[in-house]
Design a protein. Structure first.
Length: 295
C-alpha cells in the first residue's frame, strides 16, 4: 500500500502548490500571503474502529462448521454465487480500508489544511453578522467553439463563467466538507457462500483480492474527484477576488430591512431583520473600467 500512500501525498502536494500561488493575489481584507511547505501534524485520536485488512477476508471461515456441504445450492449455481460474493466483499472491504487510510492522511494535516483552504478570508461581511459567500468563477483559456456544421467558429483568448453566484451564509465552507468521508461496516456473506474446500478456497482468495484492488482504486478515484472539486471551488472564489480587484466583476449588494417586532400567537420576534442580496455580482464587459491588480 506504500504506492497508494505516496499517491495521496503527491496529489495533496500538487493541490497545495496551486493554492500557494493563488493565495499570493490581493484580497479586500487580508494581505497577500504565501502558504508554507507541506507539513505534518500529529494524527488525531480516533475512536472509530479501523476496517479489517485484506487477510481477514481472504482467510474467512464458516461460522457454523457443522453444516453439511452437500446441502444448499447446486454446484453450478453455488460457484457463480461464491464468485459474486467474493468480488463484492473484496470491493467493499478495499473501498473501506483505502478510505480509512486516506482519512488518516487528512488527520495528520488537519491544521495545515485549515490554513491553506481558508474560505473565511474570501467571505464578504453582510448586515446582522451574516456573511456573503462570493461567486465561483471558472476560466477557460484559448477556447474555441465551432457551430453551423463547421461553417463558423468563435475563438476566445479567455472565457470567464460565473458557475455559482453569491449567496448568504452563516459560516464559511471548510475543506472537510469536500474531503472527509466515512466508511461503511463490511458485512461478510452468509455461511452458505463461504468456501468449503480447497478448490473454492483458491477461487475465493483470488476473487476477494481482485475485488479488493478494485475497491482501493475506487477510493482513490473518489478522493481525486473530491480534491478536484475542492480546488475548483476554492480557486473560483479566489479568481473572483482577483477579478474584483481589477474591476472586471461587480461586488454583491445586500440590503437589511428592520421589521421591529413581528409574529404573534405562539411566536414573537423582537428586533426582527430581513437581509437580502439585492444585486449579485456580474462580469463587467466595459474594459474602460478595468484596472491592473495591485501586487
Amino acid at each position: 500500500m506504500r504506492g497508494h500512500h505516496n499517491r495521496v501525498l503527491i496529489l495533496l502536494g500538487l493541490a497545495l502548490g496551486v493554492i500557494t500561488l493563488a493565495l499570493c493575489i490581493p484580497t479586500q481584507n487580508a494581505q497577500a500571503r504565501t502558504a508554507p511547505l507541506l507539513g505534518i501534524d500529529e494524527p488525531q485520536d480516533a475512536d472509530v474502529e479501523p476496517p479489517k485488512p485484506l487477510s481477514a477476508y481472504v482467510n474467512i471461515e464458516k461460522e457454523n462448521k457443522n453444516v453439511d456441504e452437500n446441502e444448499g445450492l447446486p454446484f453450478d449455481i453455488r460457484k457463480e454465487a461464491i464468485r459474486e460474493a467474493a468480488i463484492s466483499l473484496g470491493a467493499r472491504a478495499g473501498l473501506a480500508w483505502r478510505t480509512y487510510e486516506i482519512q488518516q492522511e487528512m488527520d495528520k494535516r488537519t491544521r495545515y489544511l485549515d490554513k491553506v483552504f481558508d474560505f473565511t478570508q474570501l467571505l464578504v461581511p453582510a448586515p446582522s453578522g451574516l456573511l456573503i459567500e462570493p461567486p465561483i468563477i471558472n476560466e477557460s483559456i484559448n477556447a474555441m467553439l465551432i457551430e453551423g456544421d463547421g461553417q463558423q467558429a468563435a475563438v476566445s483568448d479567455r472565457i470567464f463563467n460565473i458557475v455559482m453566484n453569491a449567496k448568504i451564509v452563516s459560516a464559511p465552507r471548510t475543506w472537510r466538507t469536500y474531503l472527509e468521508r466515512t466508511w461503511d461496516t463490511v458485512e461478510p456473506p452468509p455461511d452458505i457462500l463461504r468456501p468449503e474446500n480447497e478448490e473454492e478456497r483458491a477461487l475465493w482468495e483470488d476473487l476477494v483480492t481482485k475485488g479488493w484492488k478494485e475497491g482501493v482504486q475506487q477510493a482513490n478515484e473518489i478522493f481525486e474527484e473530491d480534491l478536484n472539486l475542492l480546488l475548483a471551488d476554492f480557486r473560483g472564489m479566489v479568481r473572483y477576488r482577483l477579478l474584483l480587484a481589477q474591476g472586471m466583476v461587480s461586488p454583491p449588494y445586500a440590503l437589511q430591512v428592520d421589521r421591529g417586532i413581528t409574529g404573534g400567537g405562539n411566536e414573537m420576534r423582537i428586533g426582527d431583520r430581513a437581509v437580502q442580496i439585492t444585486g449579485v455580482p456580474e462580469l463587467v464587459t466595459g474594459f474602460d473600467q478595468w484596472q491592473p491588480a495591485s501586487r
